[in-house]
Design a protein around this ligand. Structure first.
Ligand code: C2E
Ligand code: CA
Ligand code: CA
Length: 510
């Protein structure tokens, strides 16, 4: 059933709604996460650049002291001691200075005459050595800048306090360390000579282009989420809003696309409702006197669908009127070219619902239908089922009068199953009674039904109405009905409903 097949399971519908709501939230979340990572990366890069710039300045200060003192190396310590102290006083970052001769410190700004081998170590770029401390301050890291030429040498010390202070100030929330050769200094002023730590988020290493040192910066685990939760709450609200809207749209679209009305509208536009024709023969001669037009849904997936499976939906949604109109137009296009060959007026029965009789549009539909045929070549018969009686109003009165003037015939379909009165039959100018197939099926089987059938036939004769018996399947039924002067017969015995092409070829063979 095409309309049932479309109505998805409730759980699937809920899943699709949830998915359409969650998708924008997830996508937006991923984009925000990537954006946060980028922002943190930029932040870290900026921090590292600032730190390098600041350390370069501090190292310049320290290096200049050593450069100025180098030419004094070799001179007597008492002569140059003042110059050593001047460097310490004049330069904000220089803590102490030394002069070297032949790899031995022989003069110190702090102690004057002195004698000590220069500290052994892995001097980065031959110049820089990060130390854990020295004799004077064994627990405070310091950085040595050493300059040497042949036997001459000068060195200046930079206090680790300045370095760690810079790391703290520039780093802010960023984890930032200074790396010199194999050693590194953390922002808490601690000296380390193990491997530099890995920072889980946005780690960046940057080296100075001027001195042999670098910095490593990054963020601790979970920083991306922390950043998002502090920076993006308005965007999150927007995402949730989009999610809710998209969920609603997803839900509404599903409802729309799974509704029978939507599916039938689509089918109507695609001209999937097509006419099938079933022959009606004359009771005596069994000559084809006309046809009944029966609607079929040529569904792209389900194949040919019977009308009782979709007509109720079409009636409910009001689509039955445009569907009938389309059926009439297709029937006209198929049969009008044959109309010249009809020697007697050919009966074309069209099933009409009561909702089609609420205004006068039906008159125009019939006028257009008749105009397609050669004048007088057909009788258009509107079949109104007795199950659904038409309310007599001023409009319906006018409608049936105008139909009558157009020469349109009226048949009461499924006669015997409803409650049409004599007044009803007269009021709507009825021409034919179509005896319901349930009575025909009982011929020779059920005496009571046969009796009702006989009464219906008598009534029709008295009212001077022509009769059509529906659902004639056996020769016995045909013989019985002919013997009782039923004017027309319709049923599988004479032909099943067939497509336009089949019907035309059958008619021309005949
Ligand atoms: P209906 O108007 O009474 O149409 C006769 C039904 O009996 C058709 O069923 C036809 O195929 C079937 N029939 C014909 N001969 C025999 C027979 O010998 N034995 C049996 N068992 N059945 C036979 P179908 O085509 O399935 O249509 C069913 C109903 O759907 C129709 O009953 C009619 O009420 C409705 N219908 C069909 N087309 C239209 C349409 O275009 N508009 C409206 N409003 N209703 C339609
Ligand atoms: Ca009918
Ligand atoms: Ca019928």
């Amino acid at each position: 059933m095409p309309l049932k097949a479309k109505t998805r399971k409730r759980s699937i519908r809920i899943a699709v709604t949830l998915a359409s709501g969650l998708l924008p939230v997830l996508l937006g979340g991923v984009i925000l996460y990537m954006q946060a990572e980028r922002a943190l990366k930029q932040d870290v890069q900026q921090t590292a650049e600032d730190a390098i710039r600041q350390f370069d300045l501090m190292f310049d200060n320290t290096a200049e002291a050593a450069h100025e003192l180098l030419p004094l190396a070799g001179k007597s310590c008492s002569d140059v001691n003042l110059a050593l102290r001047q460097q310490v006083t004049r330069r904000p970052f220089v803590r102490s200075t030394n002069l070297i001769w032949d790899d031995t410190i022989y003069c110190s700004s702090l102690f004057g005459d002195y004698h000590e081998k220069i500290p052994a170590g892995d001097y980065a770029g031959g110049r820089l050595l990060l130390m854990k401390g020295n004799l004077v301050t064994p627990d405070t890291a310091l950085l040595m800048y050493r300059l040497g030429e042949r036997k001459q040498g000068a060195m200046s010390y930079l206090d680790g306090y300045h370095l760690s202070n810079t790391l703290r100030m520039i780093g802010g929330n960023t984890l930032l360390v200074l790396q010199v050769g194999p050693s590194w200094l953390s922002a808490d002023g601690q000296f380390h000579d193990d491997a530099v730590p890995e920072f889980p988020v946005a780690q960046t290493r940057l080296g100075s282009s001027r001195y042999a040192f670098g910095v490593v910066a990054g963020f601790p685990e979970g920083e991306t989420w922390r950043y998002m939760s502090s920076e993006y709450p308005p965007l999150f609200s927007l995402l949730i809003f989009f999610g809710v809207v998209s969920g609603f749209i997803g839900h509404a679209l599903q409802k729309r696309s799974s509704s029978p009305t939507h599916e039938m509208k689509r089918a109507l536009e695609a001209e999937e409702f097509v006419p099938y024709f079933q022959a009606v023969v004359q009771g005596d001669s069994k000559k084809v006197s006309g046809i009944e037009v029966l609607m079929r849904w040529n569904h792209p997936k389900e194949g040919l669908v019977r009308p009782d499976l979709f007509i109720p939906f079409a009636e409910h949604s009001g689509l039955i009127v445009p569907m009938t109109r389309s059926l009439m137009q297709q029937t006209g296009a198929l049969l009008a070219p044959l109309s010249a060959s009809f020697d007697e007026p050919f009966h074309i029965g069209i099933n009409i619902t009561a909702s089609h009789c609420l205004d006068l549009e039906l008159v125009e539909d019939c006028r257009q239908f008749l105009a397609a045929f050669a004048p007088g070549s057909i009788h258009l018969v509107l079949e109104l089922t007795e199950r659904e009686l038409i309310e007599p109003t001023a409009v319906t009165h006018q409608l049936f009068e105008q139909l009558h003037e157009l020469g349109v015939k009226i048949a009461i379909d499924d006669f015997g199953t409803g409650h049409s009165s004599l007044g009803y039959l007269r009021q709507f100018n009825v021409d034919f009674l179509k005896i319901d197939q349930s009575f025909v099926a009982m011929i020779g089987i059920d005496t009571l039904s046969s009796h009702i059938l006989d009464t219906i036939i008598e009534l029709a004769v008295k009212l001077d109405l022509a009769m059509v018996a529906e659902g004639v399947e056996t020769q016995a039924q045909s013989d019985y009905l002919t013997a009782h002067n039923v004017n027309f017969l319709q049923g599988y015995l004479f032909g099943r409903p067939m497509s336009g092409a089949e019907f035309i070829s059958a008619l021309s063979d005949h």
